[in-house]
Design a protein around this ligand. Structure first.
Ligand code: PLP
Length: 370
């Protein structure tokens, strides 16, 4: 038996998503740009998928572009928005706990002459709206924040931040990284100009995502080529992955309320069944689908391997950090021993309380043996 509790890293492809992808790989496999009937059929399915996602987002179809995932969406959003606005100012605001897709893009923009202010988190992992507001200036032309932190589950006050940014500079653009929020919590795009999504965090296929660009906003593309996606994202559309994304999102969105309740139950079960001293590295008000704890005895990579040997899959931080200590926990100024021992447990709707209690038992055994 194996228990997969690393759903913030990636998820199993849902059955509906698999069926949708299979259809596009074996039946409707035309190129959506082709003029013949096979192309037309593919084009129609592509538009259906876009409509499904836009209905969930309360967005218009021309506001959503398919991409190769969260990383490409974030790169496109930040580079395109920064260069569009550079004549208005060169100041960008974000936070220290963003995903590397954001932080490394901002690093590059810094090299290109932009000034970047990164708001630090509080010790509990939350980001104070007053500190965000204080960072905004009249020459701030772009701000980017994640909705849910992929390492701690912290909820960032993106709605209030977006409204405050537009009050200071109505022409500034606000980008939301909704990779860990979409179809996991309600999403409100009011005041949000750009929003990034990834399919594989909600039961879709890896290497697929989308970027929301608010109506009326004209941006320079990152990729040039055949002019697909209304000229904004060239490259033949990954139809199987796109259809899988829409199918996965439809199911996850329909069960949103039930899933939120289920995640809260799983988190409660987890915390009640840890019978050894640990530090909780997630804020009180965090989203329940991601929980970060430090058992403080063994290093996280040792724990991850020992748990894996027993069939339990969790991670030591973000999957991309692979052994490096977490920039998020460091930014929270946690004690070294907590950072080194951190474990991230992240749920999907199919996880059960029995799986969580079995995980707690295995972790307790490992801690007691050491
Ligand atoms: N943003 C956040 C918050 C993430 O958790 C991730 C993936 O872990 C990404 C962006 C990157 O998404 P993708 O893996 O689709 O490139």
């Amino acid at each position: 038996m194996s228990v997969y509790l690393d759903n913030a890293a990636t998820t199993r492809v849902s059955d509906a998503a698999k069926d949708a992808a299979l259809k596009a790989m074996t039946e409707v496999y035309g190129n959506p740009s082709s003029l013949h009937a096979a192309g037309k059929a593919a084009r129609e399915l592509l538009q259906d998928a876009r409509r499904t996602l836009c209905d969930i987002l309360s967005a218009e179809e021309r506001e959503l572009y398919f991409t190769s995932g969260g990383t490409e969406s974030i790169n496109t959003a930040l580079f395109s928005a920064a260069f569009k606005n550079k004549h208005l100012g060169k100041h960008i605001v974000s936070s220290e706990i963003e995903h590397d897709a954001t932080l490394n893009t901002l690093k590059r923009l810094r090299e290109d002459g932009f000034e970047v202010t990164l708001v630090p988190p509080e010790r509990d992992g939350s980001v104070d709206i007053n500190k965000i507001k204080a960072a905004f200036r009249p020459d701030t032309v772009l701000a980017s924040f994640m909705g849910v932190c992929n390492e701690t589950g912290a909820l960032l006050p993106y709605g209030e931040a977006a409204a405050a940014l537009h009050k200071i500079n109505p022409r500034a653009l606000f980008h939301l990284d909704a990779v860990q929020l979409f179809c996991k919590l309600p999403l409100d795009l009011e005041n949000v100009d750009l929003c990034s999504f990834s399919a594989h965090k909600i039961g879709g296929v890896k290497g697929c995502g989308a970027l929301f660009v608010k109506k009326g906003l004209v941006l320079r593309p990152l990729l040039y080529g055949g002019g697909q996606e209304n000229g904004f994202r060239s490259g033949t559309e990954a139809l199987p992955a796109v259809l899988a994304f829409a199918a996965a999102a439809k199911n996850r969105h329909a069960a949103l309320g039930d899933n939120i309740t289920h995640f809260k139950d799983l988190k409660k079960t987890l915390l009640e069944n840890l019978d050894f001293p640990y530090a909780l590295n997630s804020p009180e008000s965090s989203s329940a689908h991601i929980v970060n704890i430090s058992p403080q005895k063994l290093r996280s990579e040792v724990l991850v391997r020992m748990l894996s040997d027993r069939g339990f899959f969790v991670s030591g931080g973000s999957a991309c950090s692979r052994g490096k200590s977490s920039h998020v926990l460091k930014a929270m100024r946690l004690p070294r021993e907590n950072i080194d021992a951190a474990l991230r447990v992240s749920f999907c709707p199919e996880n059960t309380k029995e799986e969580v209690t079995a995980f707690c038992r295995a972790l307790s055994e490992i801690i007691r043996q050491e």
